[in-house]
Design a protein around this ligand. Structure first.
Ligand code: C2E
Ligand code: MG
Ligand code: MG
Ligand code: MG
Length: 289
């Protein structure tokens, strides 16, 4: 019986791998048609200044409403898209959609768009960005491109040229999920980031006394501030964390405490009355108690 059980376990294990592999292949096939089938949409999450407590922008996050499987998380399908070479088309569609939507928001509000390493290594990427901006007549300074530390892996000098070309367009650059990846500090010296986004894994639980995450946040903020960069604390969920990360020096907050990612219709409603002096105070974001 023990032998049977052992074989059974092995059998189940390899079957799991097969299921996993076929699920991935199926996802890849479905993803190929997702754009054409209108199954993708973009949602926007507010980014709030710790100083003014006002919304200064939104991050664009892609969603896939699969016909049979329901909503699939980008954490699951972006890596598949990346591997299958589909991220170029999907990423460009997200970029154009986000820029077009931002063009309908008040001029003080920016949009941030995630850029995958594969998009970032495409020499045509700056031309694509420039074309998307001019098509929507959006001021380049209202676009922030979020990249992760992984673009510094296997860097052969092209990364630096890409940074220069993008800064030349006048767009802003943010370093996303800082502290979770490769995290060599040397590149911060020369890379022209306007902002560092502190990964939510450091923010989570940072408020607990004696937690080392707070020291890490403080160190990142000190470095960023010295280099003239803004800092966004990601994943702030609780009311008491707002003052906490503000007191650690973070200039911005993004998290469920201020709002979950929502469709553009919701954003347009939230922003109506923005800039109207009478509504300015009311525009200060409210938070759940
Ligand atoms: P990210 O760029 O770091 O985006 C932030 C993620 O944290 C989002 O997850 C957001 O919904 C989530 N989040 C925000 N506030 C909170 C909070 O208070 N608590 C918790 N638990 N989570 C919070 P989402 O939308 O599932 O996206 C996951 C990742 O997928 C993104 O991480 C980004 O790396 C990638 N992604 C999303 N959209 C795109 C895209 O258009 N292109 C590319 N290349 N990647 C994308
Ligand atoms: Mg991001
Ligand atoms: Mg992030
Ligand atoms: Mg992330």
């Amino acid at each position: 019986a023990a032998k049977d059980q052992g074989r059974g376990l092995h059998h189940v294990y390899s079957e799991d791998l097969l299921i996993e592999a076929s699920r991935r292949r199926e996802m890849e096939d479905d993803l190929r048609h997702a754009l054409a089938n209108d199954e993708l949409h973009v949602v926007y999450q507010p980014v709030v200044s710790t100083v003014s407590e006002r919304i200064v922008g939104y991050e664009a996050l892609v969603r896939w409403q699969h016909t049979r499987r329901g909503v699939i998380s980008p954490a699951e399908f972006i890596p598949v898209a990346e591997e299958a070479g589909l991220i170029t088309g999907i990423g460009e569609w997200v970029l154009r959609t986000a820029i077009r939507d931002c063009a309908r928001w008040p001029a003080g509000i920016r949009v941030a768009v995630n850029v995958s390493p594969m998009q970032f290594s495409n020499p045509k990427f700056p031309a694509i960005v420039a074309n998307a901006l001019s098509t929507a007549s959006l001021d380049p300074s209202r676009l922030e491109l979020e990249i992760t530390e992984s673009v510094f892996l296997n860097d052969d000098g092209r990364t630096d040229r890409m940074f220069k070309a993008l800064k030349h367009l006048g767009v802003r650059l943010a370093l996303d999920d800082f502290g979770t990846g490769y995290s060599a500090l040397g590149y911060l010296k020369n890379a022209p980031f306007d902002k560092i986004k502190i990964d939510q894994s450091f923010v989570r639980g940072a408020i607990q006394a004696g937690n080392r995450n707070a020291a890490i946040i403080r160190a990142i903020v000190t470095l960023a501030t010295t280099f003239g960069m803004e800092t966004t604390a990601e994943g702030v969920e609780h009311q008491d964390e707002i003052a906490f990360v503000r007191d650690l020096g973070c200039s911005h907050i993004q998290g469920y405490v201020y709002g979950r990612p929502e469709r553009n219709e919701h954003v347009l409603t939230a922003l109506s009355g923005y800039g109207d002096p009478a509504a300015a105070v009311g525009h200060k974001v409210s938070r759940a108690p």
